[in-house]
Design a protein around this ligand. Structure first.
Ligand SMILES: *[C@@H]1O[C@H](CO)[C@@H](O)[C@H](O)[C@H]1NC(C)=O
Ligand SMILES: *[C@@H]1O[C@H](CO)[C@@H](O)[C@H](O)[C@H]1NC(C)=O
Ligand SMILES: *[C@@H]1O[C@H](CO)[C@@H](O)[C@H](O)[C@H]1NC(C)=O
Ligand SMILES: *[C@@H]1O[C@H](CO)[C@@H](O)[C@H](O)[C@H]1NC(C)=O
Length: 414
């Protein structure tokens, strides 16, 4: 009797759904989504409260209020860019093992819990700063509402996860409140780039299995540098022009700033994906691999980097699985630096010759595919792996195949 009742209830249920579906009243609803951006993927504002010194006479020491520091294309003009890089820089305190802003510089992240600040990196919505916009815009066309069932979790991407304790606690609260505001429906975390190893750190260190089972439906990773990226090796040695943000900047002007970011050390190629025989950097005198990283920092004459490396590079240990269902999406088929070579006299100050391998232009394939190790090894949770051919590191955020995979994940179709 009970069985018959149940069957008829299910039949009526499905009739209802179809009937209302036709009139748009009961369209299937996607799960609530939290976007976790990557390296460079959150807006930063700064207030100069009285800098003891500046790098040029044109640089301000003091401002009355916060102004846009990232991404603000107006700051990328000669001289002004040097002021900018000096304001962005972190100072590593070797006593505490943590970084601080430059003296007299206040920096804050804006838009936590909203999508605006991760959809566009600059408030003028210049095309260079287009970020999660295409994914959020698609989601809105599927019935999502910005700030309600799709929210963003921007952070100070200059820092490694061990310096983001307050943020990670806020992220935990954001998951819980977004769950409650959406009729206790589980959350899908959607990360891009560094947002993924950061989310992995969160899931493996800030919450337990019972919490994950209660709040997290799945983790969709886009273009994750799980085990780091070779671009970081060049960045520490010579500076990197950050052309993945479609802005071309002179590497030499950026090196001091980029080296100071502990997020750079966090993304250094890890022995989980790079073998001791894989040459990262080659000079006339020496080959550098994951086995002699200390020598690399000695030879580029940046020993603070070695301290940062020891603090930040192995925070995710051996990259164990997160214990939530994972849909791992990454681009391949785009030439990606696999090894750098400096001619005699060019190391470390001048740009190296690049030897290319497979990846998304920024993340090497061997780092992106670490998630395959989690199949059958993830607390019984599903892991699906999706290669999107010729999807560049940033372009994957608007690639139709990637967006379709996100849709399937958040509507629980995979
Ligand atoms: C910005 O810094 C100035 C000091 O230069 C200070 O007077 C002002 O209150 C700060 N503004 C905010 C919003 O904190
Ligand atoms: C580093 O941190 C310690 C402890 O907070 C502090 O006493 C020291 O002044 C800091 N060093 C620098 C160079 O700021
Ligand atoms: C670096 O490695 C390459 C390739 O294995 C080798 O040909 C070269 O001699 C090595 N250079 C040094 C300085 O050991
Ligand atoms: C990582 O793996 C290596 C080699 O299997 C092992 O020696 C090391 O203890 C592991 N580290 C952690 C943090 O699990």
């Amino acid at each position: 009797m009970r069985q018959i009742l149940l069957i008829s209830f299910l039949l009526i249920g499905s009739c209802d759904a179809r009937w209302f579906g036709k009139f748009g009243r009961d369209q299937p609803k996607g799960l609530p989504v939290i976007l976790v951006p990557g390296d460079g993927g959150s807006q930063l504002e700064s207030n100069l409260t009285g800098k003891p010194s500046v790098v040029h006479y044109v640089c301000s020491k003091q401002t009355a209020d916060f102004f846009d520091l990232w991404l603000n294309l107006e700051l990328f003009t000669p001289l002004v860019i040097d002021c900018w890089a000096d304001n962005m820089q972190l100072v590593f305190n070797t006593t505490t093992g943590l970084s601080e802003n430059m003296p007299g510089v206040d920096i804050r992240v804006v838009g936590f819990g909203a999508t605006e600040a991760v959809e566009w990196l600059d408030k003028s919505k210049a095309s260079q700063g287009r970020y999660f916009f295409d994914i959020v815009d698609s989601m809105v066309s599927w019935g999502y509402r910005r700030g309600k069932d799709v929210v963003g979790a921007p952070f100070d991407w200059r820092r490694s996860p061990n310096e983001l304790n307050d943020y990670l606690i806020q992220l935990k609260t954001l998951v819980e409140t977004t769950y409650r505001w959406n009729e206790n429906k589980k959350i899908v975390l959607v990360g891009h780039s560094m947002g993924n190893p950061l989310s992995l750190y969160f899931l493996n260190n800030y919450v337990d299995q019972a919490w994950k089972d209660k709040y997290i439906n799945s983790f969709v990773s886009l273009a994750a540098p799980w085990a780091g990226s070779m671009q970081i090796v060049r960045l520490f040695a010579s500076g990197y022009n950050m052309n993945y943000y479609r802005v071309i900047l002179p590497p030499s002007a950026l090196r001091g700033m980029q080296r100071s970011f502990t997020s750079s050390a966090f993304l250094f190629p890890s022995p989980v994906a790079w073998k001791p025989t894989d040459i990262l950097a080659q000079t006339a005198l020496k080959n550098y691999t994951v086995s002699n990283i200390k020598e690399f920092f000695e030879d580029i004459n940046y020993m603070t980097g070695w301290e940062q490396y020891q603090q930040a590079a192995r925070l995710n240990g051996n990259l164990s699985a997160p214990g939530v269902p994972v849909h791992c999406i990454y681009g391949t088929g785009v030439p990606t630096p696999e090894r750098f070579q400096w001619a005699s006299g060019y190391f470390p100050d001048y740009p190296p010759t690049e030897f290319m391998g497979d990846g998304d232009g920024t993340v090497n394939k061997k780092s992106a595919t670490v998630c395959s190790n989690w199949i059958g090894n993830n607390e019984g949770k599903k892991v699906t792996v999706h290669e999107v051919f010729q999807a560049d590191h940033m372009a994957i955020l608007k690639h139709p195949n990637a967006i379709e995979l996100v849709r399937k994940a958040i509507f629980e179709e995979m």
